[in-house]
Design a protein around this ligand. Structure first.
Ligand code: AMP
Length: 632
């Protein structure tokens, strides 16, 4: 591990020298003066004074050398569409879209909300915002009205770009009712909504004076050439909302120069992607993985990127491997849930296509269990690398770094701290460093490296109080994950320290789900916990106290009420946040001071020991949980 260790050591001990070198991987319109300004801890400002642009680095700078190379390959197994854009063609579309956005009055620093399915226009819109210096806030298409409204109110976008709908498993999911309701709920709604009509919603109606048809607008901007807005490296590029312990999602704000450099460096050293090769990331543009490794990362590196709309098992479980084979994919990135889904299918599909072009398959987003890791690597016959990171970091925190050194994979472990991260395992009680194999909190000593979130959008104070106040007497960033390090330096992630749950790699706050359940007229009180699920990692499970018990007197009535509660969650947050069950109880386990005993509820729901219960107000509440989850 000599080469890896030396690389990492230099990234921490000779931080500025190291990152100045990595910064050469991207274009600068004006060179930076100072590599790092850390005069106001924990805020880090990277490449101070330098001017650059994400869209320029993703597109313009490749035109001379690879204008005719494929930049974006779009494959939808939902609609059957396939489209390819060369760097030149993508550049032209992005210029058109930039012209459209500009014509609607958005420019440097204005927010543009993108609520889109996995279609090329979503990528055009993101890159177009980056081109003109507008700050995009992409909201996952699976989120519903309430989630969208809270994000609108926090980001206050000038403009929303959306579509008539998404598709999942062959079924169209119209967006109109969701964005109309969100706009109705929002206190500061966008003035204009651009809608890309895919022909999925026959009932689509444009709101006069507000809605604009994407294709009609585009027709007026076909020849637009929009100059790149050169931004100081620390100007924000985007906001991406993520769930925490409160009901209010946080807008992770990303800079421009640091992000470009971190992505370029990660593509080179971690993913081993070379310019001209093809990357296939199976995530969604609504998540951080989609931002970094469907859109910006591969394009900045001069790679072709694949945008895939569809499931891993339709038309059959060989579809992803067919895509790898057809496009000679060299780098693939997916999730443990997808691996577990594929593990349940006939393994012959994994061997049906020649996938020898794949250098590595990377997995992230949730814990990867050892049996799945082992099985997948064996069946695929290619190296499968678990790596760990978060919306906040924007790029990997723990990973093996095969571009620097090929270190052996330990199944179930995301290996070692990535360059730039001064990662420590700190004890919760006294912030001291943990011994090998001792469970502790995964922390990072600031300054955080380039590419990480720079603040919470509009709320510096919340950034500091949320992330840097976990350890008494020590300024350290908390990931809110438990972890251990073994004697050989391999790390293992053991789950969250807070009330955030992870469903199929998607992070959800239990508070947010509780608020949605409580919006149902008959719910007085509710506790939502994450419970282990063999496929999705975790699933939310709700225990609710009703206002009017007469409405759930019979079994049939209970079933009807449960369904109606679940529909409320679907409508407000989206089906992704829907609890697997709502159990009705008459009282919830709380401490005498009224705090919900979530960890005990979760333990009971998973059939474990509920732990220390000396503070409980009424032990009968636990009995109710126990009998509610008891298998029949
Ligand atoms: P998100 O911000 O939605 O990407 O979720 C980040 C969280 O997902 C982390 O804080 C971890 O709890 C979890 N996570 C991500 N990658 C891994 C991994 N490789 N192993 C274990 N947990 C992971």
């Amino acid at each position: 591990m000599k080469a890896y260790r030396e690389f990492h050591r230099r990234s921490i001990e000779k931080r500025e020298e190291f990152w100045a070198e990595q910064a050469q991987l991207v274009d600068w319109h004006r060179p930076f003066g100072k590599v790092l300004d850390y005069s106001r801890p924990p805020f880090a400002r990277w490449f101070v004074g330098g001017q650059t642009n994400l869209c320029h680095n993703a597109l313009d700078r490749h035109l001379a050398t690879r204008g005719g190379q494929k930049a974006l390959i779009y494959i939808s197994t939902e609609t059957g569409e396939e489209k390819t854009y060369t760097f030149r063609e993508l550049h032209a579309e992005v210029n058109r879209c930039a012209g459209m956005i500009r014509s609607l009055g958005a420019g440097v620093g204005d927010r543009v909300l993108i609520y889109m399915p996995m279609i090329p226009e979503a990528v055009f819109a993101m890159l177009a915002c980056a081109r003109i210096g507008a700050i995009h806030s992409v909201v996952f298409g699976g989120f519903a009205s309430h989630s969208l409204a809270t994000r609108i109110d926090d980001a206050r976008p000038k403009l929303m770009i959306t579509a008539d709908g998404g598709m999942r498993a062959g079924r169209a999911i119209p967006y109109q009712s969701m964005f109309n309701e969100a706009i109705r709920l929002a206190k500061s709604p966008p003035e204009k909504v651009v809608i890309f009509n895919r022909g999925l919603d026959p009932n689509l109606k444009l709101a006069a004076g507000r809605d604009i048809d994407y294709a009609a607008l585009r027709a007026g901007h076909l020849e637009d050439r929009v100059p790149v807005a050169w931004l100081e490296s620390n100007e924000p590029s985007y906001i991406l909302y993520t769930s925490g312990t409160t009901g209010r999602p946080k807008g992770a704000q990303r800079d421009t120069g640091g992000y470009a450099v971190a992505l370029a460096a990660s593509l080179k050293h971690i993913y081993c992607g070379e310019p001209g090769e093809t990357m296939f990331t199976t995530s969604d543009i609504g998540w951080v993985v989609g931002h970094s490794y469907i859109v910006y990362g591969p394009l900045i590196r001069g790679m072709t990127t694949i945008l895939y709309e569809g499931l891993p098992i339709r038309p059959d479980a060989g579809i992803w491997w067919k895509i790898v084979y057809d496009n000679k994919v060299s780098v693939m990135f997916s999730s443990p849930t997808a691996a577990r889904v594929l593990k349940k299918q006939d393994p012959a599909f994994l061997r049906k296509y020649d996938v020898s072009s794949l250098k590595h398959l990377f997995l992230a987003g949730e814990p990867l269990d050892e049996p799945t890791h082992r099985w997948f690597a064996e069946q695929l016959g290619r190296p499968v690398i678990d790596h760990y990171w978060q919306t906040e970091s924007g790029w990997p925190i723990l990973s093996s770094v095969p571009g620097v050194e090929r270190t052996p994979v330990k199944f179930g472990s995301p290996s070692f701290p990535v360059f730039g991260y001064d990662l420590r395992l700190l004890r919760e009680a006294d912030a001291a460093e943990a011994a090998p194999n001792e469970k502790a909190v995964v922390a990072i000593l600031p300054p955080l490296p380039p590419g990480c979130m720079t603040t919470v959008w509009g709320d510096d104070e919340r950034f500091v109080s949320t992330y840097f106040k976990s350890f008494q007497g020590k300024l350290a960033y908390s990931t809110f994950d438990w972890g251990i390090r073994d004697e050989e330096g391999y790390h293992f992630i053991l789950g969250r320290t807070d009330d955030v749950i992870n469903v199929a790699g998607h992070r959800l706050g239990t508070r947010e789900i509780e608020e949605a359940v409580q919006a149902h007229p008959n719910i007085a009180e509710v506790a939502v916990v994450g419970v282990a699920d063999h496929l999705k990692g975790q699933m939310p499970l709700a225990f609710a106290v009703v206002k009017d018990a007469a409405r759930i007197a019979t079994l049939e009535q209970r079933a009807v009420e449960e369904k109606s509660v679940l529909e409320t969650v679907d409508r407000m947050l989206g089906a992704i946040a829907r609890p697997s069950r709502v159990h009705f109880v008459t009282l919830l386990p709380k401490t005498r001071s009224g705090k919900l005993l979530r960890r005990s509820i979760q333990a009971l729901a998973e059939g474990r020991d509920p732990g220390d219960l000396t503070t409980i107000e009424d032990p009968a509440a636990l009995e109710q949980i126990r009998s509610a989850v008891k298998p029949l």
